[in-house]
Design a binder for this molecule. Sequence first.
Ligand code: PMV
Length: 313
Amino acid sequence: MNLNTNVIAHPNIALIKYWGKKDNNLFTPTKNSISYTLPYLSTTTQITLSQTNQDNIKINNVKQEAPSVIAFLNRFRDLFCIQEYFIVNTTNNFPTSAGVASSSSGFAALAKGLNALFDLKLSEKELSIVARQGSGSACRSIYNGFTIWHKGNNNDGLDSYAEQLFDEHHWPEFSMFVVLLSDQAKKISSRVGMQQTVNTCPHYQNWLTKSENRIPAMINGIKQKDLRMVGSLAEQDCLDMHYCMQTSKPVINYWTNRTKQITELITQMRNANILCYFTIDAGPNVKVMCLEQDKKTIVAEIKKRIPAICVLG
Ligand code: PMV
């Protein structure tokens, strides 16, 4: 056993989304999903053994109650029959809980760090299964590049894990940057929001079928490095997911006027033959997909409309 570890993980953004759990306790999803890991955003997590019988969590150097982190550490202790408590110090170089997928990199880093601390020698698949039990999307942040999360069918969740489809060198021209419209924590957590959608949205089953059918084409699009295919599938899947959110009861709306303005601008640019697409998660921020060579032009156009805007990536 090591006395402390320091690990890094990167957040991932879904191209084909996950929104809804089959089992709330095991964090198994209702559908398969595909994501891209953002290499330039990082969570760095240091874990040390605590001398007390409670966990101590600091996020961005501020001590926090962090119930979801404590629940994950309890689960980890149960899974691996471990008695120890931990001092966890985690920092993000990007906004936390604002729809930039900080929970995906956060729990992936925790799983990796605990693996290193106890020298468990877990495989990437096993790490993915462990990370999933902190936050579903975290199972995809074990990998760089493009990743698929297999929803699995077993009741024990052991066949619900992510796998790398293509590594980070496969398509270097592909770029995804974040238009940061808010760095505030979201009002409805994804955990609560997705449950509300599963329970109340009349269009949910329809989205599950449509979204699942997009998976083979998305894999093929990434394989062929076809931005038109990848971008249009991702954009449509995002819009369908947000339609489900907005037709849940009570309504879940993560969009602001600025979100709408950016999505309209992306569509306008595309109509003017600058190839770019958007995707949005549980927060107002917009992630833009384009080719590396067009990024400067697209960012400049966005900044022309909203000069004070912050872009990550
Ligand atoms: O893993 P969670 O609970 O943060 O949920 C993530 C949900 C979305 O980001 C909206 C979609 C996805 O597949 O990552």
